[in-house]
Design a protein around this ligand. Sequence first.
Ligand code: 3EB
Length: 341
Amino acid sequence: MHNLTIEHTPIIWRYLTPQDYLDLDSGRKDRPVAAVIHGEFSPPDRPWLQFHSHLPPLDGEPRIETMFARRPTSLERHEEYDLLLADDFIVGACRLDEAGGESLTARSERIYDMLFEIIKKYEYPHILRTWNIIEDINRDQGGLERYRQFCLGRYESFQNHRPDLAGRYPAASAVGARSGGLLVYFIAAKSPGTPVENPNQVSAFNYPSQYGPRSPSFSRALIREWPDAGPDGGNANLYISGTASISGHLTQHADNLVAQVDQTIDNLQALADEAGRMSGVDFKLRKSDSLMKGYVRNPDSLSIIRDAVTRRLGADTAVLFLRADICREALLVEIDGVLSA
Ligand code: 3EB
């Protein structure tokens, strides 16, 4: 079905303004595969995945996080999920709203069941990266915080469908929105990546039970080397999970924004170093084609956080700051991203 001369490239990420996004030409060589819309902007349908994150950019300007790849693609729309199929990877977006009496635990298990059924049916068995956006993530419901319910349902689904992935989970982020129900979007591939753990943190899947009845099912980062080089000559992506001011398993610097940023960036650096040690690829945090997202709990803290991040990462690294809740009450900021090398 696909063309015989497929050019493989890494997935390339960009943050676009609405105008640049509207100007995208679907005939270009690097085709858009997915667009995560942050903020209020509703573009017309295009032949790739488009959906809203429910996480508004803190500067008030909508931004479209667009993924490109030099591949033939096709789009499928379903009632509860949309899917973009490329040749050796897919990007999916699964949604469940808050209607009905179902607990978030049950809903989280069901959305992961959906994900596992998709990757089985379409034969993309390796989940590289997930993003989990959870309405009202810190609210207690029926005696258990919704984030902890989410972790419980996700864990059950992993156990039921893919017990082989225990300890080899995808990279992930899990943050809170004010609306939108439950959104899980993901990249899965025909061939695997390499999970990375942070030597300075307890692996999240080994967190003790004080953080909830089941530990979070994610790896701190994941290395993916694609078959051929992208426009800047590199062929590797490092997907870095949501990273915060945690060392060991303990939250650090509960009341100190700048110290939380510093601890977070130390953790990001530790992951880039560890990924480099494992793969021989030189992943750099300070680089113009690194793309980071900063999740900020309190909009009033944006300027302090942004200054602290810029002091460490320099002005070349693109960081998009979004309003989001974070899965531990004392965490004020979390950063994730993708590095290319
Ligand atoms: C942490 O390090 C912060 O449950 O999928 C970060 C990234 C966090 C992913 C998840 C949670 C998740 O524990 C929280």
